[in-house]
Design a protein around this ligand. Structure first.
Ligand SMILES: Cc1cc2nc3c(=O)[nH]c(=O)nc-3n(C[C@H](O)[C@H](O)[C@H](O)COP(=O)(O)OP(=O)(O)OC[C@H]3O[C@@H](n4cnc5c(N)ncnc54)[C@H](O)[C@@H]3O)c2cc1C
Length: 261
């Protein structure tokens, strides 16, 4: 069975910085890594590939340096990684990103299942996978925590919901997102690391994908970021003085005053 995993490269450090002028995420000079939730998608893809003797392809829309994450994915067991990169893609929102991924899947042609992470740790919209399913005209199940059965025409999955678990059968080809409860990602083997080192990552640009530059980038993105900011903490802090008992008394007074306001 041919499986495709979509993987985003994100800043390796947790603290996200925002360019105060543009409101965009500041990515220059920051170490990059595979979006951590995508490691669960990748592990699930590798397991399916091993079980079904199929092929696992990993796709990423990103800058030239994103090929490092695709090579890393080969280290984990993917057969190939394809970078979707073109200056025309810059400024793409989630809709345009999903459009690019959809075009790449159209070019790949033969696949039954697309696996995405739950969300990215930087953009964090959790929208790309659903929009990709829409672009493909394919069914979609989010937040899968177990694949119960996988056939040539359908898949049965368990997904988390607020009430508990749902068991859903979906026709294939289709798209799922997975949560961290689905598996424990492996540590790449020495053989995998060697394969990653030697891997050559093809780059598909707008022309190769048949993507109209007007349908992607800022021009083709239906959403606009009006403002991005870290919330300012209102109020001031105050250190209470005196012995512990006196401090408790002061604290109770302050809380009473605050409640009275
Ligand atoms: C107006 C606007 C302009 C933007 N301009 C830029 C820009 O110039 N440069 C830039 O880097 N970002 C830009 N972005 C952000 C970019 O659109 C998002 O980072 C991207 O679409 C992914 O969204 P997300 O991070 O919320 O992913 P989510 O929807 O949270 O990701 C869910 C899953 O989808 C898959 N996925 C997400 N992104 C990718 C990807 N790129 N490749 C493969 N799989 C993926 C992964 O499996 C991931 O776990 C812009 C966003 C907006 C709204």
């Amino acid at each position: 069975m041919n499986v495709v995993v979509c993987l985003k490269q994100v800043p390796a450090k947790i603290k996200i910085e925002i360019d105060p002028k543009t409101g965009a995420l500041a990515s220059g000079g920051v170490d990059r890594a595979i979006n951590p939730p995508d490691l669960y998608a990748l592990e699930e893809g590798v397991r399916i590939k091993e079980k079904t003797k199929g092929k696992l392809t990993v796709l990423s829309v990103g800058p030239a340096k994103a090929d490092e994450s695709l090579k890393e994915a080969i280290g984990y067991g993917a057969d190939e990684g394809i970078l979707l990169c073109d200056p025309a893609f810059e400024g793409s929102d989630t809709w345009a990103t999903a459009h690019i991924l959809g075009k790449a899947l159209g070019k790949i042609g033969e696949f039954l299942l697309v696996i995405c992470g739950k969300q990215s740790i930087d953009g964090e919209t959790g929208q790309v996978a659903a929009q990709l399913a829409e672009a493909l005209g394919a069914p979609f199940v989010p937040l899968v925590n177990q694949i119960e059965e996988l056939g040539e025409t359908s898949i049965r999955v368990r997904r988390m919901s607020d009430e508990g678990h749902q068991v859903i059968e979906m026709m294939l080809p289709g798209v799922i997102t997975v949560v961290k409860e689905i598996n424990t990602p492996r540590i790449p083997s020495l053989r995998g690391l060697m394969a990653a080192k030697k891997a050559v990552i093809p780059v598909w640009n707008a022309q190769a994908l048949g993507v109209d530059p007007a349908a992607v980038g800022s021009a083709g993105s239906p959403s606009r970021v009006a403002r991005v900011f870290f919330p300012q903490r209102p109020g001031k802090s105050e250190m209470l003085q005196g012995d512990p008992e006196g401090q408790v008394g002061q604290l109770v007074d302050r809380l009473r005053q605050a409640r009275a306001i």
